[in-house]
Design a protein around this ligand. Structure first.
Ligand code: GLU
Length: 342
């Protein structure tokens, strides 16, 4: 049973319950520890199905945390550029929800995990809704197709401009990766045409796939990811530029979708280990959001079998623990032991 109409009646975005990040000194000390602990780990594989990604430097490792009050702490290869890939998905979802409305977007692209790989065709065939959620390729291409604009160029402008506002700077297209992914894009095109046959893509399938491929090919650094994440964790306000990029209610929705499906078929494991919404991409980037506290960007290109960066996951897990970020952690309220005993 769908209950969201009832939920909407009681929704009140003005009530929030969060905390603050520990002091900048503590954040920096924990980041240094995380970096030293995991920098020598060599496990994992580079993504090779996009030929240009196979040329990545496997040793790169960088971390950045940006707090909602704009403090930036970085360590390692924090200015190394890599393509954003699937980490663009939550931000494009936020922009499209802002333009089209959360409920219309939910009807058209879904919010439930598929439990299958990011480019699964079976997930489309097995689910009567076809597009299950915007964090895997089918739902993401459908989300991109909903971007406002009559032409592919308009849609690209909307997405490029919006992602740049999340980052607080104009992001550049990596032409090499874009060309490389375009030559190897048969599977995504197949997904888009299959969706078109079910009327679950909302623009020309090939052109929507091309805009999606461009959004994946924007170059970012871990600092960009941390700023973008911090914006979603700061009620939609970019903590460095002060710009309101999307509304607070949109952030709340996007973070919920991320929590269910941000880490491919490992989303449950991620939530158990880290306890925060996060999104990974096949070039090795991970963005993690601590609502009301800030955002974290982590990058290292060696991936596990599900396509998630191994070092970035380990460092994020360590930092979530050290900085007390897990959303599900609680302590007994003061005096509650006494209340129970009496
Ligand atoms: N551009 C990649 C694709 O669509 C993104 C995949 C990912 O990062 O998960 O295949």
């Amino acid at each position: 049973m769908r209950t969201h109409s009832h939920v909407e009646e009681i929704a009140d975005s003005s009530r929030v319950s969060t905390g603050a990040l520990p002091s900048a000194e503590l954040v920096r000390a924990a980041m240094k520890q995380a970096y030293e602990r995991y920098r020598s780990i060599q496990e994992g594989e580079l993504a090779t199905y996009i030929p240009a990604l196979a040329a990545a430097n496997a040793g790169s490792f960088g971390l950045c945390i940006v707090s909602v009050d704009g403090a930036v702490s970085a360590i390692g290869d924090s200015s190394c550029r890599f393509t954003i890939q699937s980490v663009a998905k939550p931000f494009v979802l936020a922009l499209v929800c802002q333009a089209c409305g959360c409920e219309e977007t939910r009807e058209k692209v879904g919010v439930n995990g598929t439990g299958m790989g990011f480019d699964s065709i079976l997930a489309i065939e097995l689910n009567p809704q076809r597009t299950m959620n915007p964090m895997v390729n089918a739902g993401a291409i459908a989300t991109t197709s909903l971007a406002p604009g009559e032409s592919a160029a308009d849609k690209w402008r909307f997405i490029h401009d919006g992602l740049s506002r999340f980052a607080g700077r104009t992001l550049e297209l990596n032409e090499d990766v874009y060309r490389s992914e375009t030559t190897a894009n048969q599977r995504n095109l197949g997904i888009a045409y299959l969706l078109e046959s079910y009327q679950r893509v909302y623009f020309d399938a090939a052109q929507a796939t091309d805009v999606y491929t461009k959004q994946c090919s924007l170059d970012v650094t871990v600092e960009d990811l941390a700023v973008m994440g911090a914006t979603l964790g700061d009620g939609g306000v970019n903590p460095l530029t002060g710009e309101q990029v999307v509304d607070p209610a949109i952030c709340k929705r996007v973070l919920a979708v991320l929590a269910t499906a941000g880490m491919y078929e490992r989303s449950g494991d991620w939530l158990c280990d880290i306890g925060l919404p996060g999104k990974s991409g096949v070039s090795g980037g991970i963005v993690t959001i601590a609502p009301g506290k800030g955002g974290m960007g982590a990058f290292s290109p060696l991936l596990d079998e599900a396509g998630n960066s191994i070092r970035a996951q380990l460092a994020t897990r360590f930092l979530s623990e050290q900085l007390g970020l897990n959303l599900f952690a609680s302590k007994a309220a003061q005096g509650s032991a006494h209340v129970r005993a009496s």
